[in-house]
Design a protein around this ligand. Structure first.
Ligand code: ADP
Ligand code: MG
Length: 295
């Protein structure tokens, strides 16, 4: 394509809500055959809410909310925000945690009211030599089967509650995936969340169950992209989070949600300004048209 055509393509992109870092990006956009989609904040809204608190026998809901809420208040993760907001609504205020630590892709830990508290994925329990009691295990399974994220809360050596967190699939996601398929791209759903939750979202938006990659730690997302590239695929990655930045940079084409973090936007080759996944398909069509492979 002529430099003029590339400039026109870039300008047209801006009109569609697609910010392209440089004209050369159109070439990689044209060639992609696989599109890896981050789940939380990309396919879903990422505006989560606390739906229910399941407590172990002898544990008070208010104490669970106070201890877990205090910790999560110190984290910016969408799951954490839902817990803190839910706790604040019920309790009005929360204590400040000590020794706070964020465990990326797993949860948070710290000291609240003299208790050593953790909140996050069940996997965290094993590090502290704890197990989920059967009653809570059941609550967790049921929540996840319904497509909700389960947060396990433990303190002083015992798992005491499971919090049920709901996210919603964006209205535009299913249509976006249909459009990406129509362009010949294979969609893959990638997430740190539980497999049952991921499969429920995949079903809702039309990603094949075999193309769901779940329970991936933040630092391992980039390896998933590398593996697909070794299989000979040309990979686009769409993401919004700090934990997507390395994968966005590694992908043949990185697409950042404009509604996402600065880290993702900096790592991406182009930005979907409105956070509308349908504009990812627009970008591919635009690139193919600009570079003359379709008319
Ligand atoms: P995603 O890949 O969907 O954007 P992350 O890798 O950030 O998600 O997190 C993966 C999972 O780890 C979340 O779905 C949640 O279960 C758990 N998690 C992460 N951070 C927290 C937190 N602050 N509190 C509770 N759970 C968390
Ligand atoms: Mg995300």
């Amino acid at each position: 394509a002529t430099p003029t055509a590339l400039l026109v393509g870039t300008g047209r992109g801006a009109q569609l809500g697609i910010l392209i870092k440089g004209p050369e990006v159109l070439e990689s956009t044209r060639k992609v055959d696989t599109v890896v989609l981050d789940k939380t904040g990309t396919v879903t809204t990422g505006r989560m809410t606390l739906l229910a608190v399941h407590t172990a026998e002898g544990t008070e809901e208010a104490e669970v909310l106070r201890l877990a809420g205090a910790l999560e208040h110190a984290s910016e993760h969408p799951v954490a925000r839902a817990v803190a907001r839910g706790a604040l609504e019920k309790l009005g205020s929360l204590p400040a945690p000590g020794d706070f630590a964020n465990v990326p892709g797993l949860g948070v830990q710290g000291v609240v009211d003299g208790h050593a508290v953790l909140a996050g994925r069940e996997r965290l329990l094993a590090d502290w030599a704890m197990e989920l009691p059967a009653e809570l295990g059941l609550a967790k399974e049921e929540a996840e089967a319904a497509g909700r994220t389960a947060v396990v809360v433990a303190w002083d050596g015992q798992a005491r509650a499971v919090l049920e967190i709901a996210d919603a699939v964006k209205e535009t996601s299913a249509e976006a995936i249909t459009r990406l398929r129509a362009l010949g791209l294979t969609p893959i759903l990638l997430t740190g969340d539980n497999r049952a939750v991921a499969e429920s979202v995949a079903r809702e938006v039309g990603v094949a169950p075999g193309d769901v990659i779940a329970e991936v730690l933040p630092e391992d997302k980039v390896d998933v992209v590398k593996r697909l590239q070794r299989e000979g695929r040309s990979v686009a990655m769409v993401g919004d989070g700090v934990n997507d930045a390395a994968a966005l940079a590694q992908a043949d084409l990185g697409l950042a949600m404009g509604t996402g973090t600065d880290a993702a936007i900096e790592a991406g080759d182009l930005t979907l300004v409105r956070g509308d996944l349908r504009t990812a398909a627009d970008a591919v069509r635009l690139a193919r048209r600009t570079l003359g492979t379709i008319r």
